[in-house]
Write a protein that binds this ligand. Structure first.
Ligand SMILES: [Zn+2]
Length: 225
């Protein structure tokens, strides 16, 4: 089975858009077709499951992963990936590095991924493209110019209409809810679902994505002149 070598593959989209599923498929294809050795990293902030040494996707499937220590601000250290491979040599240099939930990694991520690519290590990542405010996550935004393949995924909008049926339209946004109500634009960016029981996230289409207190665009005043 032939498989094209990619320098950096990005799987991105809103929550519940099967980003991790696609990443796991990609890793399996590389392992089966090219007999790649693969190492996978995940942020230490991800506590969707209790097994810290795995990444799992919501519709089944899992892969062993190295959790990356988080800093005080809840963001994971990207340099830890280089530490594991080159400094501490905790793992043998792999052919492919997978990174799940890249939105939770710090601003060194771009340089880390560049270093790996230049050292002939293929990289594949998954991550949210936008935060609950609809703003780009800096980590994934910084990786886009390095990518040789980008797969943008959509979910299904879970907004319930008056008849209690879900909207079901393609969802491109991630809605944060606090006690079931849309969260304000002024809330902090990184809050992990489940840690604070009253915070939940849903995939939404643009028509059903709400974010109170969005600051007026500077273009509004430009257009009014
Ligand atoms: Zn909708």
């Amino acid at each position: 089975m032939s498989r094209q070598r990619e320098a950096l593959t990005i799987f991105t989209g809103p929550m519940n858009s099967s980003k991790t599923r696609r990443l796991l498929d990609h890793l399996s294809e590389a392992r089966d077709a090219l007999e790649y050795s693969i190492s996978v990293f995940k942020p230490g902030t991800d506590d969707r499951n209790n097994d810290l040494n795995q990444i799992t996707c919501r519709n089944g499937g899992s892969w062993c992963a190295i959790p990356t220590p988080r800093q005080k601000n809840g963001i994971s250290s990207s340099l830890y990936i280089l530490d594991c491979i080159y400094k501490e040599k905790r793992i043998v240099k792999p052919d492919l590095v997978g990174i799940d939930e890249v939105q939770f990694f710090d601003q060194d991520l771009r340089d880390v991924v560049k270093y790996l690519i230049n050292d002939h290590i293929e990289v594949a990542v998954s991550g949210l493209n936008r935060d609950f405010r609809g703003e780009p996550f800096p980590a994934i935004e910084s990786l886009m110019p390095l990518a040789t393949r980008i797969e943008t995924l959509t979910a299904r909008c879970t907004y319930k209409n008056g008849d209690r049926r879900s909207c079901g339209a393609p969802a491109t946004m991630t809605q944060r809810l606090i006690d079931g109500q849309p969260a304000s634009y002024k809330c902090p960016t990184v809050v992990i679902e489940g840690k604070d029981k009253n915070i939940t996230y849903e995939a939404r289409c643009l028509d059903h994505w709400f974010c109170p207190d969005i600051p007026q665009s500077r273009l509004s005043s430009y257009l009014q002149k």
